[in-house]
Design a protein around this ligand. Structure first.
Ligand code: ADP
Length: 352
């Protein structure tokens, strides 16, 4: 049975929510589950991926086997978790959601595998952070649906093969390159999620506004979409902030002017860049004369974690052509230098 978008998805069990996302409050969780699409029809964009998945799901149904294991990669907020929930819903399966840091001890991964129901989807976020032991427990479970369990000690040590129900593993990662080769090879489908176009984000904004009873014009929705860094999670966050602003300062209706004013107030510029993005660009562009600058140097100067810079900030800046990655570090592009008005005293043409 497919659960419609308006119904709460009761069959989603989030086993390790606290461990996964310690900073997310209960309010955020409810907000998330209210606005999270539950069907392919309400999941906006990622058209190629959705078409491919529909065929794989149909084929698995005809063959009466579970869907192949899937790996989704791409920056945070692009809809990897949401898509895993959509797949479970569309295949009528339950889903268990966890993340690699919550599977530190062998008994964590064994426990979750043993608790699966036939056909269930197991979603592991940040799968590149699985430790070696957990990975090795996972391999036979993924390939042949059994676990190798050791019992006894010394000479009486025996390995038992314990069957696990046939399941589909969906892994998500922001860093596909950090996944071990053997783990990556065990996924039948590996797919990157793309940043969303402005038109797609506008649809995300309008959909969320409708669910939250926010009155927003077409232009107002587009203005939010333009500054959402190609990311639905950001679009959803901004539409709430903009609606708050419209309610407090105006009559509650979000139009283009009010959207832009609210977003300016939030310090998000017309390119969708926030204060950290601009600080990062100014560091490379001004202090380091266009670069190249090493990641660790940037992280230390900004007081940010290098992983956050690499996995959260950089993908959008690279995609939009603000920076370039080179073996010697990050460089500003001529495009960014021009629009952000970086002035170099001793600019070197070879920099670009
Ligand atoms: P990820 O797992 O890639 O970090 P999520 O799946 O948690 O991202 O998505 C973040 C939020 O963005 C979700 O609350 C969801 O409502 C929204 N979202 C993501 N993808 C889409 C989409 N394709 N259509 C509509 N909303 C989406």
């Amino acid at each position: 049975m497919i659960i419609s978008d308006n119904e709460q998805s009761k069959n989603i069990k989030s086993l390790n929510d606290e461990k996964m996302t310690p900073s997310i409050t209960e309010f955020d969780m409810t907000f998330e589950s209210n606005i999270r699409p539950k069907t392919f029809d309400s999941y906006i964009g990622q058209t190629n991926l959705k078409n491919m998945l529909k065929i794989s799901i149909e084929a698995a149904k005809k063959r009466e086997i579970p869907l192949d294991h899937l790996l989704f990669y791409g920056p945070p907020g692009l809809g990897k978790t949401t898509l895993a929930c959509v797949i479970a819903n569309e295949t009528g399966a339950e889903i268990k959601i966890t993340s690699a840091p919550a599977l530190e001890r062998p008994r964590d991964i064994i426990g979750i595998l043993m608790s699966l129901k036939p056909g269930e989807v197991l979603f592991i976020d940040e799968i590149h952070r699985l430790n070696k032991i957990a990975e090795e427990i996972l391999y036979p479970a993924m390939e042949d649906f059994f676990l190798d369990m050791n019992t006894g000690k010394g000479q009486s040590l025996k390995t038992l093969r314990v069957p696990v129900p046939k399941f589909t593993l969906i892994g998500a990662t922001t860093k596909a390159g950090a996944l071990s080769g053997p783990l990556r090879d065990r996924f039948g489908i590996v797919h990157r999620l793309e940043f969303y176009s402005q038109d797609e984000l506008k649809q995300v904004v309008k959909r969320t506004a409708k669910i939250l009873n926010i009155d927003i014009t077409e232009d107002g929705a587009l203005a939010v979409a333009k500054r959402s860094r190609g990311t639905p999670r950001i679009a959803n966050r901004l539409v709430k902030r903009v609606a708050d602003y419209a309610l407090v300062k105006y009559d509650g209706i979000v139009n283009e002017k009010i959207s832009n004013e609210a977003l300016d107030n939030l310090n998000i510029d017309k390119y969708g860049l926030d204060a950290t993005d601009r600080a990062l660009l100014a560091l490379i562009g001004e202090k380091y004369q266009g670069g190249p600058v090493g990641l660790e140097t940037l992280a230390a100067a900004l007081g940010e974690d290098s992983k956050t810079i690499e996995e959260v900030y950089e993908p959008y800046l690279l995609q939009e052509g603000f920076i370039q990655r080179t073996p010697r570090g990050r460089k500003i592009t001529p495009y960014a230098a021009k629009i952000l008005n970086f002035k170099y005293d001793s600019i070197q043409p070879s920099l670009f």
